[in-house]
Design a protein around this ligand. Sequence first.
Ligand code: FAD
Length: 291
Amino acid sequence: MTTADRTSGHALRLSFEFFPPKSEPGMDSLTRVVKRLKETGPDFFSCTYGAGGSTRDGTRETIGLLQNLGVHAAPHLSIGADAQSVIFELLDTYRAMGVDRIVALRGDVPSGMGAARISHNAESLVRWIREHSGDHFHIEVAAYPEVHPDATSAESDLEYFKAKVDAGADSAITQYFYNPHAYYDFMERVAAAGITAPIYPGIMPITSLEGIIRFSAKCGADVPRWIQQRLKSCGDDESAVREFTTDYLSRMCEELIAAGAPGLHFYTLNRWGVSLAICRNLGLLTRDSSD
Ligand code: FAD
């Protein structure tokens, strides 16, 4: 069965992640990006939530914009240092807006605030959502095939992941990775732990070597040496970087799907080019256009 065959039966879930634009032109650009990515017939678009609640309003406004564009929108919600009452209020607002899916996270501490400010984890947030909103929301959580940097071991990381699922999460999206064996190994450990929630690989297009190395160091993702060397060879040639990342990630996604991944989640970085090109290579476009 080809990738396109699996999609035509809607077997494959597709989603795209954005961050809230900071300006009017940014909102206009996001509108154009969403219109292009709609060609893939995605299941939902999600919008990140800034550390420490810094984008609380921006995330909500972006979700409203996405809904006005006629797509299914899912806000990220990171517990950070927020009080329970703030979270409950947001849940009520989203419910009133017609939102029925939340990506529930712990979040990271904004620089300068100190680690002590985060006293809860994503498991607490999942419990709060279930306690306050019952089964209204489909809850997505994060998963770490290459192990979260805060974890003391791969085993404890998996235990904390299981705790989020046991608390009521329906499915998970992974941190990005460039070695598909990290995902296969994680899925084997997940199955051995009796976890049955679907886990969707997170796909991160690379826009620059420096950017991906800096970001990966913070979130504990591995950028294999051979990929770093290939990106180095691209130098400042943005189109060469784009071509390399599109080719490599298309092949990786194809492999992941063939190995049974239930879908793909693209970290779009508010651009459509690479994500759409990968979907096109995988035969996932419901219609093609060239503008
Ligand atoms: P948790 O699952 O609570 O914990 C992270 C790790 O800490 C666990 O893997 C475990 O090893 C350890 N741990 C958990 N509980 C305990 C405990 N009780 N005691 C000791 N150790 C424990 N960040 C944002 O700020 N905004 C976003 O919109 C956002 N979106 C994201 C989307 C996806 C798909 C992913 C993968 C990440 C996203 N992040 C976002 C980043 C995320 O907030 C960070 O990775 C954060 O460091 C951990 O969040 P979490 O929800 O995985 O935390």
